[in-house]
Write a protein that binds this ligand. Structure first.
Ligand SMILES: [Zn+2]
Length: 66
C-alpha cells in the first residue's frame, strides 16, 4: 500500500458540473469507470493525469482537513 510513492494519479474533470469531484484515482481506467458511472447523458468530462507532487486539487482537499 505505497500509494504515496506513485508519481502520478488521475482526476475526472467535469466540464459542466458546479460541484467538482476531485477524488484521486490510481489509474486512468479507474477514473474512467467512475466518470462513466456518474456521467449524465451529454455530460462531458475528461480524464487528467497529474503529478502527485504538483496536484493542486489534492492539496486543496488536504487543506480543508477532510
Ligand atoms: Zn490529485
Amino acid at each position: 500500500m505505497d500509494r504515496e510513492l506513485r508519481s502520478t494519479h488521475f482526476h475526472v474533470r467535469w466540464t459542466k458540473k458546479a460541484v467538482f469531484d476531485w477524488r484521486p484515482f490510481e489509474t486512468g481506467h479507474e477514473a474512467l469507470e467512475h466518470a462513466l458511472q456518474f456521467a449524465r447523458p451529454a455530460e462531458l468530462f475528461s480524464i487528467e493525469e497529474v503529478l502527485s507532487t504538483h496536484c493542486t486539487m489534492c492539496r486543496a482537499k488536504a487543506a480543508t482537513g477532510d
